[in-house]
Design a binder for this molecule. Sequence first.
Ligand code: SF4
Ligand code: SF4
Length: 133
Amino acid sequence: MLQNGWDTFEIGTILRPFEGSISDASAILPEDRLYSQSNSFSVSVADWRIEKPLFNKDLCIDCQFCWIYCPDMSIISRDKKMVAVDYDHCKGCGICVQVCPTTPKALLMFPEQKDEEEALLEWPKKEKKEKEN
Ligand code: SF4
Ligand code: SF4
């Protein structure tokens, strides 16, 4: 099949995101949607990332700020609970880390090659509050 490059399309060309017709994509989980070849969901667009956000579920309060603010829809949330980061699409911008309100944060940026288990061991610990007399 002939594949066009971005500079060969006619003005006004429509790139359809899905195969066939989908009336309500929001009702279908991303992994269950039938994406077209021109949809960037089907390819990794994150191979130039140099830092990645890692997630510490023990600190998360499921506020969903990261999900709301991520500009690439790369926070995976199910039933209003933060589940994971989609590393095929995350660009490593760090916005999710900036908006995470917990102390310490439940998301932190680490170098791309960082081992997740190792990062969790190095995570800042929660400070215990001193009891007032
Ligand atoms: S680093 Fe940026 S792109 Fe990646 S999950 Fe966080 S907000 Fe989204
Ligand atoms: S912003 Fe932080 S606390 Fe809120 S859901 Fe995301 S990871 Fe959890």
